[in-house]
Design a protein around this ligand. Structure first.
Ligand SMILES: Nc1ncnc2c1ncn2[C@@H]1O[C@H](COP(=O)(O)OP(=O)(O)OP(=O)(O)O)[C@@H](O)[C@H]1O
Length: 583
């Protein structure tokens, strides 16, 4: 995509605020017109003074000039104000569209892009576009009208001077644009270096506990130092490219002023133009200085916005693989799950699940066990349609999962994840996930049902504490269960609900699970077999395949079965792995 096409990609953004932008265009043209007329009045004053016209006429002309200058200033303030407003209205729409788009992208996309990088895209890059629209675009349009107006006025006086002025402007702008090529590249590189730096900082801050606990602080810091040095190097290169352009413009301006003064002196002495016209030329050349300087100043904004626009467009072109075109709602009540020859890979042609067949009747619960990396979590992602099967068919409630509207699937299926995210808000907000429609009684009931009654009794509008401080990992998982309880879904996936908790909390979680399972279809992914004492069925995963599936009681009774062997292993303390019973 060429850079011009990228800049033109901004134009469709203006459409929703077209009226505002049109009014701004008229105001800008009016302001430029006033700036062109001002020196014409001065020209009259000078010529009349040379001719010896009466003082009253000159005073009147001076007053007209004063009014024009004040009006031009007022208009420029109005232009700046309404341009900022129009730019924010326009880019806020873009921000919203991008945020919605990013949130709709795949699990895999979010795994590959840090939140910091995405914030930089949705906010930082869009702010660059906003600067372009709110500051540069009105200035560019105003400058173009100003220069065109000056060339027309001068041509009307003497077409040869008009041509000279046009050639001068075109040559000066062309020279700056040629120099910009290097600046463009440097600017894009600098933005990329900063995105990497901020993305890295954000990721390391999130993982600070893990990094510190594993003694990886110094490696992480070293990476930060490398990224910072890279960003500094790019900044210096970009700065020197822009400095080169700046000196180019200063040379062009000084050359223009010298040429206009010399040409004016020669033409006046030849009698070709009046002193007032020579003065007009001098003023016009000075007026050209501002647009030329702005080309340099604002080119940086244009470069940033161009790079930003390129990244925004690239992001908007990322298509989710999980599409929401479904129109069929499964019947009300618990949802049956059916996997027919389902295979899945994460895009690297290395299948994580192979030919998985499984039928879980509505309202039943299945315990999913297997070694680390055997595909249990991936299986649950397919059930929740966070990823799409590479081959085969997943049905939910008898309906192909792709035919179920995403909104309905999200409403009827819920997940208690391995890592529970807690928000810096009240207990209520953490349970309701900021949905204000739930009553106090419903929130308290949800907390009581999962054994967090003490939290509810102290008042649900108390802050939970920054980042959920004060809740253990097990309590956080209970709180996640309360969220699910409140939503009352038809399908629940509990991912490793008892990992990393003490026996007392494990017991509380088991009781909460029992409550949660009632009247719903439930998938429990567990490392500890004791968690599975309540489930109806068991599926044993091994290297991405289901190697055993059946009613729990049947599998327990089969001495040669894999689940039975896992149970025996768990019951023999000498042979049981120390950390989790299956991990
Ligand atoms: N987002 C991903 N991108 C690429 N590969 C992945 C991704 N998630 C998991 N995998 C790979 O898929 C395989 C199965 O992972 P999965 O998390 O489903 O296993 P699991 O049985 O749930 O393991 P655990 O018990 O450790 O959670 C592993 O080899 C893992 O490395």
């Amino acid at each position: 995509m060429s850079s011009d096409r990228r800049v033109s990609a901004v134009l469709p953004l203006l459409r929703p605020q077209a009226g505002r932008w049109a009014a701004l265009g008229v105001l800008t043209a009016f302001g430029a017109g006033l700036t062109v007329i001002g020196p014409l009045v001065v020209r009259s004053i000078v010529d009349r003074a040379v001719e010896g016209t009466d003082a009253d006429t000159i005073r009147r002309l001076a007053f007209v000039f004063l009014v024009i200058v004040i009006a031009a200033q007022v208009v420029s303030v109005l232009v700046a104000r309404s341009a900022t407003y129009a730019a924010w209205a326009t880019t806020n729409e873009l921000r919203m569209r991008m945020a919605r788009h990013v949130l709709g992208l795949d699990h895999e996309f979010h795994r590959q892009h840090t939140p910091g990088e995405l914030i930089q895209r949705v906010d930082g890059d869009v702010t660059s576009v906003s600067d372009l629209l709110g500051r540069v675009l009105p200035k560019a349009v105003g400058s173009a009208i100003l220069v065109a107006g000056m060339v027309i006025v001068v041509s009307a006086i003497d077409w040869r001077i008009g041509v000279g002025m046009a050639v001068y402007v075109v040559a000066a702008v062309a020279a700056v644009l040629v120099m910009r090529h290097r600046a463009v590249e440097e600017s894009a590189d600098e933005m990329g270096a900063y995105a990497r730096l901020y993305g890295g900082i954000e990721e390391r801050l999130n993982a600070s506990e893990d990094l510190r606990a594993n003694g990886a602080g110094s490696h992480a810091m070293w990476r930060f130092v490398e990224d910072s040095a890279g960003a500094l190097d790019r900044s210096v290169r970009r700065e020197s490219a822009f400095l080169g352009m700046w000196w180019g413009v200063q040379g062009a301006v000084v050359g223009g002023v010298v040429a206009s003064v010399l040409a004016g002196a020669v033409l006046v002495s030849n009698g070709a133009i009046t002193v007032g016209t020579a003065f007009l030329l001098f003023q016009y050349v000075l007026l050209i200085q501002r647009p030329l300087e702005e080309v340099v100043h604002e080119l940086e904004t244009v470069q940033k916005a161009t790079g930003a626009m390129r990244r925004v467009l690239a992001l908007m072109q990322v298509e989710p693989t999980v599409l929401d075109h479904g129109r069929t709602s499964p019947a009300a009540g618990p949802l049956a799950i059916e996997f027919s020859s389902v295979s899945f890979d994460y895009g690297d042609d290395d299948p994580v699940l192979h030919d998985v067949d499984l039928t879980l009747q509505a309202g039943r619960s299945v315990g999913v066990v297997g070694r680390t990396g055997s595909g249990k979590t991936t299986f649950s992602r397919l059930v929740l349609r966070l990823v799409e099967a590479t081959a085969g068919q997943v049905n939910v409630g008898g309906v192909p999962i792709a035919d179920v509207p995403m909104r309905e699937l999200r409403r009827r299926a819920a997940l208690v994840p391995q890592e529970v995210e807690l928000f810096n808000g009240t207990i209520r907000e953490n349970v309701t996930l900021f949905d204000s429609r739930h009553s106090d009684a419903a929130v308290a009931d949800a907390l009581h049902s999962v054994g967090l009654g003490a939290l509810a009794d102290g008042g649900i509008d108390r802050p939970l504490g920054g980042g959920g401080a004060g809740l253990s990992a097990g309590e956080a998982q209970l709180l996640a269960m309360a969220r699910v309880w409140l939503r009352d879904p038809d399908l629940v996936v509990l991912d490793e609900a008892t990992a990393r908790v003490d026996p007392v909390t494990e017991r509380r979680i088991e009781e909460a699970m029992r409550e949660l399972m009632r009247g719903r279809t439930t998938i429990v992914i567990a490392h500890r077999l004791s968690t599975l004492s309540e489930v109806d069925d068991i599926a044993v995963f091994e290297a991405g395949r289901i190697v055993e599936f059946g009613a729990r009681e049947t599998l327990v009774a089969d001495p040669d079965g894999r689940f039975r062997r896992l149970l025996d292993l768990a019951l023999e303390p000498d042979r049981a792995p120390s950390e989790g019973m299956l991990a």
